[in-house]
Design a protein around this ligand. Structure first.
Ligand code: ATP
Length: 220
């Protein structure tokens, strides 16, 4: 039985179909990768699965329970947690710092958490997620802005946790990490499931290459 099963999920914003009938299955014990060009709907899928926003159509079944439309705290209690708010949070933080600098408040924002490097914060986030004893962890760009040494460390941690029985679903634009860590790799494009397989398989798929063409560098 899959740990997570998403069927025919739809979500539009002002007429834009962010999710247009996406299907996704995550098998227990896997580190499943979720990739696709900008605007493919990956974040919206994470938002719906984690209960941040409700889907307009479709079904989300987690650990044998229909969790469609459940609020985030309930989904977390059921054993599905999410880490990382990605660039948007990073951009907001940068903005807050810029404002603080302008107002000469930089000293004030220099608190304990701010002393941690980006990579250390990612590890802290992962640690915090593990406190809730989850079954499935959604990782949102876990190595964005992280130095290569810490990125390798994070990958090692994920493998160890996988060996302990945890399951992961990862969005990451650094495809080298996806290639090293994830099986299967699911490719989304235009709000739908486009392809799935090993990284080598999806990378060789002409439909995947076409989806990426002119949108984002395929190699990273
Ligand atoms: P990226 O890799 O660039 O983060 P993504 O695959 O995560 O892209 P989404 O962020 O899910 O894609 O976006 C899918 C589409 O939905 C885009 O056209 C985006 O502009 C739109 N969208 C997502 N969230 C919202 C929102 N809250 N309000 C309006 N439009 C949104």
């Amino acid at each position: 039985m899959p740990l997570l099963e998403v069927r025919d999920l739809h979500r539009s914003f002002y007429g834009i179909r962010a999710l247009d009938g996406v299907d996704l299955v995550v098998q227990p014990g896997t580190i499943t990768g979720l990739i696709g060009p900008n605007g493919a709907g990956k974040t919206t899928l994470f938002n719906c699965v984690s209960g941040l926003i409700p889907p307009q159509r479709g079904r989300i079944v987690f650990d044998g329970r229909d969790v469609t439309g459940w609020r985030a705290d309930r989904v977390t209690q059921a054993g599905l947690v999410r880490t990382g708010a990605r660039r948007r949070e990073h951009a907001l933080r940068e903005r807050a710092f810029a404002i603080a600098r302008r107002l000469n408040l930089a000293r004030v924002v220099n608190d304990a958490a701010a002393d941690l490097s980006g990579g250390q914060k990612k590890l802290l986030e992962l640690g915090r997620a593990l406190m809730t004893e989850p079954k499935l962890i959604l990782l949102d760009e876990p190595i964005a802005g992280v130095n290569p040494t810490l990125a390798r460390e994070l990958a090692d941690h994920l493998r160890t946790l996988q060996a302990d029985g945890l399951t992961f679903l990862i969005i990451e634009h650094h495809l080298d990490l996806i290639a090293r860590l994830c099986r299967p790799v699911v490719v989304m494009a235009e709000g739908r499931h486009l392809a799935e397989g090993s990284f080598a398989e999806v990378a060789a798929d002409p439909r995947v290459q076409e989806a990426y063409m002119g949108r984002r560098r395929w190699a990273s």
